[in-house]
Every structure is written in C-alpha cells, then in structure tokens.
Design a protein around this ligand. Structure first.
Ligand code: HEC
Length: 174
C-alpha cells in the first residue's frame, strides 16, 4: 500500500514536471499553436452542464450525417455492397445513441425508431436478402418521417437523393 502511495506521488511529480516543460515550450514559441487557454471556451472558465449540453451535438448536427448514411446504405445495397450498407446502419445506431444522450427528451422517439425501423432493416441487410429489402427500406424511411412529424418538424420530409454518393465505392470491394 505504502509502495503504491510513493509511486503515485512520483508519477504526479513527473506529470507536473512534464507540464512545466510543455508550458515553457509554448511560451517561447511565437508562431506556435494555441495554448490551453485559447482552446478552452471563455478562457479557463469551467463550463456549466447547460453550456456543455449547448455545445454537445444535437439532432440538428446528427441528422445530416444520418441522412447521408441512409443514402449510402440504399445505394450500397442496390450495387451489392452489403457490408458497406451494414456498416452504415451500425454507424447510424451509434449516432442515434449519441443523440439519445445529448438530447434525452428525444430518447424514447429515437429508441422507437431503432426498434421499428432500423433493427428490422439491419436484419434484412445482414441476411443480404434483396427480396425483403424494399419493404424494410420503405418502412424505415416512413419511420424517419413519422418521427419528424411527432417531434414537431413535419416540414422536414426525407426522401432519397436521386444521385448516388460518389465518394465511396458502392459495389463490393474485392
Ligand atoms: C427522434 C425522431 C427522429 C428520427 C427517428 C429521425 N429524425 Fe431526422 N430529425 C429529427 C428532428 C427533431 C430534427 C430537427 C433537428 C433539430 O434542429 O433539432 C430532424 C432533422 C432531420 C434532417 C434535417 C437536418 C438539417 O438540419 O438539415 C434530416 C435530413 C433528417 N432529420 C433525416 C432523418 C433520416 C434520414 C432519418 C431516418 C434514418 C431521421 N431523420 C430519423 C428527429 C428524428
């Protein structure tokens, strides 16, 4: 136990020394990168929970990514890259998890969407079952827009872009 204490004191002292050295480095360079104070909002002010929640990504930030992933997923399936489609669904799920954390008021609606729209689509994509894809896809898109309506954004209606994304290979990658 004592040994552990001595060790932690040593580690702490080492860290202090390191930060002092780093501090010197940053004051002596004129053109160099931002200091911690520059990078911290309002100097070194400790942010309140409200402020942290304001800057955490909300649905307005996460939805455009979800939208793009949905588009890629569709065209990936049409072109036979099922793995890319599955990956997009997984990432959509992660984005939705983040949204549920940063915007707890929408968590139930997000969870419902995962259960009713995204999970069934995921099953079809994992099974690479083209015969069931269109129905699952249409149901998912309907759920996207149903949530917009239920959340008071009925003027946000998602529809599939007519052009395919061009930055990823949509056909199977050998
Ligand atoms: C929890 C319900 C919910 C679900 C499910 C949902 N959305 Fe949204 N979406 C919202 C809300 C709320 C907004 C408005 C965002 C804001 O400003 O807070 C939004 C906004 C959007 C926007 C507009 C973003 C912008 O600012 O330009 C797009 C695009 C979008 N959603 C696409 C989708 C797609 C695609 C799906 C399904 C894969 C989906 N959404 C599922 C609630 C949802």
């Amino acid at each position: 136990m004592k040994k552990l204490l001595v060790l932690s004191v040593l580690v702490a002292a080492g860290l202090l020394l390191l930060s002092a050295v780093a501090g010197c480095g940053s004051t002596s360079t004129t053109s160099s990168a931002a200091t911690t104070a520059d990078k911290t909002p309002a100097g070194n002010k400790v942010l309140s929970l409200d402020e942290m929640s304001d800057i955490a990504p909300g649905l307005g930030d996460i939805m455009p990514t979800l939208s793009r992933r949905n588009t890629i997923l569709y065209y990936a399936v049409q072109n036979g890259n099922w793995d890319l489609a599955a990956y997009q669904i997984k990432e959509m799920g992660e984005g939705i998890d983040v949204a549920g954390t940063t915007r707890p008021a929408r968590k139930d609606a997000l969870d419902n969407f995962v259960k009713s729209g995204l999970d069934p689509l995921n099953e079809v994509v994992k099974a690479k079952d083209m015969s069931k894809f269109t129905a699952a896809w249409n149901a998912e898109v309907t759920d996207c827009n149903a949530c917009h309506v239920s959340q008071g954004f009925k003027y946000i209606e998602w529809s599939l872009p007519k052009t395919m994304p061009e930055d990823l290979t949509l056909t199977p990658v050998p």
